[in-house]
Design a protein around this ligand. Sequence first.
Ligand code: GLN
Length: 274
Amino acid sequence: MKIKDLIDYGNKYLHKDKVKLIIGSVLDYNPLELYNHLEENVEGEKRQKIEKIIHALVNNIPIQYALGNTDFYGYNFIVNENVLIPRFETEELVENIIKYIDIYFPNPIKIIDLGCGSGAIGITLKKERNRCDVTLLDISEKALEVAKENSRLLNADVTFIQSDMLEEVQGKFDVIVSNPPYIAEGEVIESIVKENEPHLALYAKDNGLYYYDKILKKAKDHVNDKFFIAFEIGYNQREKVTELVHKYLKEVKIVSKKDLQGRDRMLFIFKNCE
Ligand code: GLN
């Protein structure tokens, strides 16, 4: 198909500026330059990619699902409707985890990622700090298939467990990380998220707190004397999750951090990390 026909095709469904931006970005032309290439033929992967993006935008489907992959922390991760699309905020979580690992654990350690989804957090930690022994866990077999494929494609030597959080887990870890489902049932969220992303990965009972409680309740049986836990949290959950931490864990230091949008987004729980 010629570029001019692709533009005509896109214009049927979307505003013409959007169409030029999409075609330009896939073909690496700026939108104006496209007009010098109207007769050029676009076939194969590039044509498919343009058509998929147009289709996704028209049908309120996340572009990441339409393309089948997304970037996280500089790595390419496969995604599909069985896993949450990795978020920018979660990159901030990973960045902080790496910072704390370097400060408190310069030696080989064991990390577990609870509710790994696509594997973005756990696999990135393994890629960035190869000295860490990383286990990825999810209850969803279909999510684990995606995470396994990502570990293969990214050449990350990690371990997988299928479990409902810590239920089936044996052994102790130095770092527990989790971005669990934390949206309260009934909370209003963007329609593109609600209509496309797995509810299993989004929603939690007890006002979104269910999985923090579930993890924290069992955490002390699965950590060494010195450890830290890193949670992604909802913007309005800092106080409630902090209360849960104090309910189950003694003599810990809690640090919360905001995301780039200025919202409470991360909670770090340290024990014997000096
Ligand atoms: N941050 C995600 C969202 O806003 C939710 C992620 C989660 O529940 N863990 O859609």
